[in-house]
Design a protein around this ligand. Structure first.
Ligand code: SOE
Length: 391
């Protein structure tokens, strides 16, 4: 089997999820490549070396350019903080490497546009790690919607709740806390958590036309880990928006890091003319389904345990009834990407699809700043050269 040499940039939480995916994928999926963890790159040599030893990387670099320039690397995987995504992805594409990038694609639409243009001009396979699409229950939701079982969609509802930044003593910036530094992250929960909700929503329910949003920064100053000074906080701590989809459905989205008691509660619900679907990350192997076509007296919400061999991805795992978890979504994503890449293709969400998510998050932040409805730009129209608004 052909080897595919991977150069990983970053060694944090996401570096671990991606490394685990590449290590596991060929044990469970028949993929055309044998992924090889060739080199990992990070600024802190000692930590990079210990990461490399733990995960089995062949070598360590402290400058990502060495990975990009290396003739021994086929795929650059970007798992470093958001402010590094654009420069690395563009250089990697220009060097002819396949590129995978952690979400969000750019810190904003303008950055994501340049990244998208680079991979498309170079014609290299690309994908963004919006992993929740590949929870089998979420993939199953898409299949059910695709079969037309819901009929006309009226409502889409999503939220992503956490509580880890409530303490005013928590500093911002530096390793581990760069998500609180707006210069590194680009935005707060809008780009970090709502981006997941938006990616899934675009996939399940089509394009978003316009949004009306509000955001709040509850703690306005925090000590910065890199400067030691108390500095203004530029990220949104909470973000909520109303949206109108192209298919006529109405939506509400909410994300916060101030929902005491919630660690990573991502939930979504879709209500159609004939049926409804609901999903909850804390119960990720279940899909709730209500079908109005059921016999009246027996009608009710079904809780489908998505663990059988004919459910998405599940035949690759254990025996029916045994469930899988969070890390498997990354393995599914690696499997889909490697299968597509072997044919010279990208896997979904491609950079262009993830650019659409960045356009929605841009519109959310603009709407909140100006207290008005904002039309969402279209990534497809931008491809055609127009960059026009969708409506
Ligand atoms: C933030 O806490 C975070 O780690 C996000 O950055 C991830 O994308 C999300 O899946 C879990 O929460």
């Amino acid at each position: 089997m052909q080897k595919l040499n991977i150069g990983m940039v970053g060694y944090g939480f996401m570096g671990r999820t991606h490394s685990n995916a590449f290590s596991q994928v060929s044990h469970f999926f028949d993929i055309p490549y044998q992924p090889v963890l060739k080199a990992v790159c990070a600024r802190n040599t000692a930590r990079a070396e210990s990461f490399a030893a733990k995960w089995g990387y062949g070598s360590v670099e402290t400058d990502w350019r060495r990975l990009v320039e290396s003739p021994h690397i086929d795929l650059i995987d970007i798992a470093s903080p958001n402010d590094t995504h654009a420069e690395i992805a563009i250089a990697a594409a220009r060097a002819g490497k396949m590129v995978m990038c952690e979400k969000p694609l750019g810190r904003n639409g303008a950055e994501a546009e340049r990244m998208t243009q680079a991979v498309e001009e170079a014609g290299v396979p690309n994908m963004v790690w919006y992993n929740y699409r590949r929870v089998p229950a979420v993939t199953m939701a898409r299949e059910i919607i695709g079969q037309g079982r819901l009929g006309k969609i009226f409502h889409y509802r999503a939220k992503f709740l956490q509580d880890w930044t409530i303490s005013s003593d928590l500093p911002q910036g530096g390793e581990g806390l760069w998500r609180l530094d707006v210069n590194v992250a680009g935005s707060g929960v809008t780009g970090d958590l709502l981006a997941h909700c938006i990616d899934t929503a675009l996939w399940l329910n089509g394009g978003i036309e316009e949004v009306s949003a509000m955001t709040e920064t509850f703690i306005k100053q925090r000590k910065h880990n890199l400067t030691g000074q108390v500095e203004p906080v530029g990220i949104d701590d909470a973000s909520a928006f109303l949206a109108r989809f192209q298919n006529g459905s109405l939506a509400t989205f909410e994300a916060t890091r101030y929902a005491r008691g919630h660690k990573a509660l991502y939930t979504l619900e879709i209500n159609g003319e004939h049926a409804s679907l609901a999903w909850d990350l804390h119960d990720l192997h279940r899909l709730q389904y209500f079908d109005h076509g059921d016999e009246g007296r027996l009608r009710g919400w079904r809780s489908i345990h998505i663990t059988d061999g004919d459910h998405p991805y599940m035949k690759h795992w254990w025996v029916p009834g045994l469930q899988i978890g969070y890390e498997h979504t990354f393995i599914h994503q690696a499997a889909d990407f490697l299968s597509a890449a072997a044919k010279g293709e990208s896997a979904s969400p491609t950079f262009r699809e993830a650019l659409q998510t960045d356009y929605v998050t841009d519109a959310v932040l603009e709407s909140a700043a100006h207290r008005k409805w904002v039309a969402v730009r279209s990534a497809e129209a931008a491809r055609a050269g127009g960059g026009a608004h969708e409506n």
